[in-house]
Design a protein around this ligand. Structure first.
Ligand code: QAP
Ligand code: CO
Length: 168
């Protein structure tokens, strides 16, 4: 396993649209394992491959505190079951230190492949639903800060650019 480095806003590589996985082979499984290690170490509850500069449609999520429910979504497709919006305070490993309220549909259905390449479909609500929608946005090159006002986004950008300059 390996810890991967996480791209941070406003890195332009986060704007890349990820391409579909054609075959879930040992390379993809290695990526999944490394993404879990990286996410748990952070610690975080969700990570898209885009965030570790691998532009493939792979997402890992575990919203439990004891790491007891690792979930893998490869080539996820969602449909909205109920378009009632819910508000959630979202954060992002690529936007460290910032949490802001975002509105998204609460109830969705997802079809995806798991770590073995098996296709599954299920309904998701609550934090799982919000987190998966947030991670799918990453695969499209979209970040939660894109839902905020330009002023808030600019403040976050300036602070992160400053932090990044202090680091290297
Ligand atoms: C996405 O985000 C998410 O700012 C996953 O300093 C989060 O795991 C979707 C993290 C909340 C919905 C609700 C953020 C860690 C982790 C930070 C994460 C930080 C350290 C974020
Ligand atoms: Co994120």
């Amino acid at each position: 396993m390996a810890l991967l480095s996480i791209l941070e806003f406003p890195d332009p590589r986060l704007r890349t649209r990820a391409v579909a996985v054609t075959q879930v082979d040992s390379r993809i499984q290695q990526l999944v394992d490394d993404m879990f290690e990286t996410m748990y170490a952070a610690p975080g509850i969700g990570l898209a491959a885009s965030q570790v500069d691998v532009h493939r449609r792979v997402i890992v999520i575990d919203i439990t505190e004891d790491h007891s429910n690792p979930r893998v979504f490869i080539n996820p497709e969602i449909s909205i079951i109920d378009d009632t919006l819910g508000r959630y305070d979202e954060g992002c490993l690529s936007v460290p230190g910032f949490y802001e309220t975002v509105e998204r549909p609460s109830l969705i259905e997802v079809t995806a492949m798991d770590r073995d390449g098996a296709i599954f479909t299920e309904q998701l609500d609550g934090l799982m639903s919000i987190c998966l929608q947030h991670e799918i946005d990453h695969l499209e090159g979209k970040l939660f800060v894109d839902y905020l006002s330009p002023l808030k986004r600019q403040r976050i950008r300036s602070k992160l650019v400053k932090d990044q300059k202090h680091r290297d």
